[in-house]
Ligand binder design. Structure first.
Ligand code: IVH
Length: 674
């Protein structure tokens, strides 16, 4: 093949990969499996290795590049990166709104855009010729640190964009985007599991973890951490506003392929802002990332200019901060729990305290080192914080007049609190473990894990039932669940015919769970939800996985030597092989089926505008995407339909001007119907 042809082939592969990166990392809606994606990536790597002269900086293979040699250079911002004034109550927000309206003048039309206040660190990205040229942290606001090598590894940051895209977004090819880098909760949890496994202190919260990550000098570590970037400002090369209105800027950023938080809304009144805040607070616990409030911005850039700044913060924006989800309470005692791997975890038993609307009675202390680090004594008062998930953390010991110190030092037990066996701590590990593989706590926790919602989803298999099943000798391994009979269940306390039938039904139904859930349910050390999915995708069957060597396993994304060793060890053990065989006999799924989505709206692009009568914007988007369609932020000739609701604005006009068909919610619902 000629060089020209190869060049074209490489560029077309890159475009494909960019598209799938966008689908996966920005839209959270992949069109192909991870394995297929990796296949494309490998093809490109191979071609680039054979033709090093054709490698370009913006190739998707080049996300992880060289290390910054001398730390991070300091670079001046095009315009200062400011922080926002906080408001913390309805009253303060109303005051702020009144001031804005006063300053704007009686005749000015004041409109706001509400966005989530993402809890991460702000970042400025400079693009030259449509290519990522530089990433700067906020630093002191005037000068930031050049962390380009690290930012490049974040998959939701486009390395380059085509002229077409720039044009359809109405953007010059040199520009600056500002936004927030966050660590998604899943990535944060994974990081802490990993840190714990390695005997390190867990990171305190996703914001610190993200900030620490972006400043590490190892781009490949940054790449593994799965940070995310959400864009919220579009500036020109010289730091001017790139668009006349903030909502336009957000739509353009989405069109360019940036991740723009889907939770955003225009608000004409302060009451509408308050409604947005209330909804955000309600959703807060169900998001995959942390937010600590809502940012309200004046929509018009011209009005922003007129309102100007007070010292370090703009008058045209405010941060409505949610009440901190923290509280101070007393540690009454420390209990030790045994997990499904035999790991002993100390847990603080707390005087019940309310944290962000939830009553907290326990908080994990992770391990003995953490207790040491906190300097915690029984009887101490501690500050507890709750993140996006419900599991609270002990942040620090409080020591002041109102909160005197405790007295009693905690000693880690030398015997397992459940079975009395010896407890050991392997050299270099933070955790103590019960040595008894038949420790009843292990079986109990394994069963609870197996039945839990994110695994086999067996409703009714709660702690009370599991304990009884074990005590009555009905279940000695996970697979025994599948030979339970109604008669047996009826011997348990508080189980009648109805609940016995329901539980058996749930157990039966769980046989339909896909292979990745079964794998996750086995409780192989280091094999979490994501890894289980990747393994199922790649190997396609339990048998292939059981036969895989460490080397084979490490071909899978995210699988390193530690994980591969753990998997091989697991399947090497006879009792585990027996368990797998019995699950096979029970009829569980041992092969993977690719989850196919409908393709009714394949290739169709929709734009949503205005308020729909029944569906929220996200619901409408989900419906369209589930049917294989795409939702774009702005109307162009390529748009197939504009779905318009009440108070549809400029997009509707544009659709009419371009002759794009306009439909309503009912028509959309009809379209996506199977
Ligand atoms: S606007 C001058 N929008 O909150 C305007 N900031 O104190 C400042 N943040 O430093 C930023 N989400 O790191 C803006 N949607 C959002 C935001 C946001 C999070 C952070 C940002 C900023 C801080 C404000």
């Amino acid at each position: 093949m000629g060089e020209m042809n190869i060049a074209r082939q490489i560029e077309s592969l890159r475009e494909k990969i960019r598209h799938h990166e966008y689908r996966y990392y920005v839209l959270d809606s992949p069109e192909i499996s991870d394995a297929e994606f990796d296949g494309l990536m490998r093809q490109l790597q191979k071609l680039e290795a054979e033709h090093p002269e054709l490698v370009t900086e913006d190739s998707p293979t080049r996300r992880v590049g060289g290390k910054p040699k001398e730390g991070f250079a300091k670079v001046r911002h095009s315009r200062p990166m400011l922080s926002l004034d906080n408001v913390t109550s309805e009253e303060e927000l109303r005051d702020w709104d009144r001031r804005v309206r006063e300053l704007a003048g009686a005749h000015a039309k004041v409109e706001y855009v509400c966005e989530y206040k993402l809890d991460g660190l702000s970042m400025a990205l400079h693009y030259r010729d449509g290519k990522l040229a530089r990433g700067l942290t906020r630093g002191d606001g005037e000068t930031g640190e050049d962390v380009t090598t690290n930012v490049r590894t974040i998959r939701s940051v486009p390395l380059s964009m085509s002229k077409d895209k720039l044009e359809s977004a109405g953007m010059a090819s040199n520009f600056e985007v500002r936004g927030e880098i966050v660590m998604p909760l899943k990535a944060f949890d994974r990081l802490n599991v990993e840190r714990e496994e390695r005997g390190l202190q867990p990171a305190a919260n996703p914001r610190n973890a993200a900030a620490g990550t972006i400043r590490t000098l190892e781009p490949n570590i940054v790449a593994q951490r799965r940070l995310d970037f959400y864009a919220y400002f579009a500036l020109t090369e010289t730091g001017e506003d790139a668009f006349a209105e903030q909502d336009e800027a957000l739509e353009a950023l989405a069109t360019l392929g940036f991740r723009v938080n889907e939770h955003r809304d225009a608000a004409k009144t302060v009451d509408a802002v308050l409604q947005f805040v209330a909804r955000a607070e309600e959703r807060r616990n169900r998001l995959g990332y942390e937010i600590d409030g809502v940012v309200v911005k004046v929509n018009s850039a011209a009005l922003q200019k007129r309102l100007g700044y007070t010292g370090r913060a703009p008058r045209w924006a405010a941060a409505y901060k949610f009440a901190a989800r923290a509280s101070v309470t007393q540690v009454e005692s420390i209990r030790v729990q045994v997990g499904r791997t035999g790991k002993l975890t100390p847990v603080a038993v707390l005087t019940p305290a309310e944290v962000g609307g939830v009553t907290v009675t326990h908080a994990t202390l992770h391990n003995a080192d953490e207790i040491e680090r906190l300097g915690l004594l029984i009887g101490d008062y501690v500050r507890i914080e709750r993140g996006g998930d419900v599991i609270p953390k002990v942040v620090e010991v409080v020591d002041d007049e109102a909160h005197p110190r405790g007295h009693r030092k905690f000693h880690f037990p030398e015997k397992c609190p459940e079975c009395g066996s010896e407890v050991v701590r392997a050299p270099g590990e933070a955790d103590y473990r019960c040595v008894n593989v038949d420790c009843p706590a292990r079986l109990r926790e394994s069963l609870l894990h197996f039945g839990s919602r994110s695994v086999m989803n067996i409703e009714g298999l709660g702690e009370a039932v599991v304990v009884q099943l074990m005590e009555n000798g009905l279940v000695k391994t996970i697979s025994d669940l599948y030979s339970l009979t109604e008669e047996q269940l009826l011997t348990l306390e508080r189980i009648g015919k109805k609940s016995a039938g329901a539980l058996l039904g749930e157990i039966e139904k769980s046989k339909e769970a896909p292979l990745d859930r079964v794998l996750f349910g086995l409780g192989i050390r280091f094999v979490g939800e994501r890894t289980a999915q990747a393994l199922a995708d790649e190997f396609g069957s339990m048998d292939a996985l059981m036969e895989a060597s460490q080397e084979d396993l490490e071909q899978v994304n995210d699988v390193g030597p530690r994980v591969s060793e753990s998997i091989v060890e697991f399947f090497h053990e006879k009792r585990n092989r027996n368990l797998v065989e019995r699950l096979r006999e029970a009829g569980l799924r041992f092969t993977a089926e690719k989850r196919r989505r409908s393709s009714k709206l394949e290739g169709r692009t929709f734009v949503l505008t205005g308020t729909l009568p029944n569906l929220t914007r996200e619901e409408a988007k989900e419906k369209i995407e589930a049917a294989g369609g795409r939702v774009s932020g702005s109307v162009s000739k390529k748009t197939n339909y504009v779905v318009a609701g009440e108070e549809a604005g400029s997009k509707l006009d544009k659709a009419r001007a371009l002759g794009v068909p306009v439909i309503d919610e009912a028509a959309l619902v009809e379209m996506v119907k199977g």
